[in-house]
Design a binder for this molecule. Structure first.
Ligand code: MN
Length: 379
């Protein structure tokens, strides 16, 4: 088997820089979606991929998951010691072609899909807050798709010294297509739209280009990256995937056929979400917040604590037993009084603030508005 790749990346129509990065160099393929202020996101995604590629080419750092672990460490240490990129992180979704198999490793909310026989199947699980809330039965899939915090990651490279890496392996056959993409694609297009484009574009490069164009037409609110891998039977039987001889699992010899037929030709990666839950509330808060994409790195909101107006740090959400916020200031202002004003009716659900100053300003405004109430605040 050989793989023919097509790849495209685009800044989109809203962002000022492209923080997505990719590697397309058989047998190694990967996409990474960086995040972090300034140029942090770009640095994170590039550093992760450079580290991975370096180790992979030299056959160092153990297996694929270990190499991803090393990439995590590289980003973690850089953001820890370089103030200009403090707090940066990145997703990473990797596919390695090994004869009639594709090995996968994954952290974050970029995705891998298998397109086979006109069907599109998701191979990865998003490491996002909403996905976790779905798993906990707190929200439905439909709610997750439009949830304001759908970009909050529960796992990313560069956040902690170690990261839990999902691993998977699929068997591939002639005509299969593997798609690696960032959330700038999946956030803009439905799976059915993606499926239709993959179906209509036989050439992988053309397919990648069309996916980008469609995501831009749909709004392009994020950077977009699409990597399309077409699996073809090699007529001369020469598997070039292992030509470099550097990948620990890549072999120049044909991979032996599996001893037993498998129930399915691919298996979904295990969710492996226990790591986050076991880490406790503080870890969830820290990891969740670092993953914020569409909002500021540090979230503030004004809400209700013990019946009083209060300033919170975090986001007004709960995962399982863990609250993703804590009270910073509890005022003496009555929340019930504030809620009588139309402007503050949303107080129980939290009024988002752009930072500490804005939270203070909202509280001051509530105080001023309550003082102006014709009958005065009740007790
Ligand atoms: Mn993105």
């Amino acid at each position: 088997m050989r793989v023919i790749a097509g790849v495209a990346t685009d800044i989109g129509r809203v962002r000022e820089g492209n923080e997505d990065s990719y590697v397309s160099d058989a047998p190694l393929f990967a996409v990474a979606d960086g995040m972090g202020g300034h140029r942090g996101g770009e640095v994170a995604s590039k550093l992760a991929l450079e580290t991975l590629e370096h180790l992979f080419r030299r056959g160092k750092g153990g297996g694929l998951a270990d190499q991803v672990q090393e990439a995590n460490r590289a980003v973690f240490e850089r953001q820890r010691f370089d103030r200009r990129v403090a707090g940066m992180g990145t997703t990473l979704t990797v596919a390695v072609h090994e004869g009639d198999r594709v090995r996968l490793a994954h952290v974050g909310d970029s995705r891998a899909y298998l397109f086979r026989g006109g069907e599109l199947r998701l191979l990865t699980e998003d490491h996002t807050l909403v996905r976790q809330m779905m798993n906990e039965g707190e929200i439905t899939g439909a709610e997750a798709e439009v949830h304001p915090y759908r970009s909050v990651l529960t796992r990313a490279l560069g956040v902690d010294p170690r990261v839990a890496v999902d691993e998977g392996m699929i068997e591939v056959r002639d005509g299969d297509r593997v798609l690696l993409c960032t959330d700038g694609l999946t956030g803009m297009l439905t799976e059915d739209q993606i499926r239709a484009i993959l179906d209509a574009a036989p050439d992988p490069q053309d397919a990648a280009n069309r996916l980008i164009r469609a995501a831009n037409r749909a709004g392009g609110i994020d950077n977009i990256t699409a990597l399309v891998l077409d699996v073809r039977t090699d007529e001369v039987g020469d598997d070039r995937a292992g030509a470099g001889g550097v990948a620990p699992q890549a072999s120049p010899h044909p991979t032996p056929a599996p001893q037993r037929p498998r129930p399915s030709h691919f298996r979904r990666m295990s969710p492996a979400r226990t790591a986050v839950v076991a880490g406790g509330a503080i870890a969830v808060l820290a990891v969740g917040l670092v993953g914020l994409r569409l909002y500021l790195d540090t979230q503030w909101y004004v809400g209700v604590s013990n019946g009083h107006v209060a300033e919170f740090r975090g986001i007004p959400a709960t995962v399982g037993d863990f609250k993703l916020h804590h009270v910073v200031v509890e005022t003496t202002l009555s929340a019930a009084d504030a809620e009588t004003l139309a402007l503050y009716r949303g107080l129980p659900g939290g009024i988002t603030a752009g930072g500490r100053k804005e939270a203070d300003a909202i509280v001051n405004q509530i105080r001023a508005d309550l003082a102006r109430l014709p009958v005065g605040p009740s007790t």
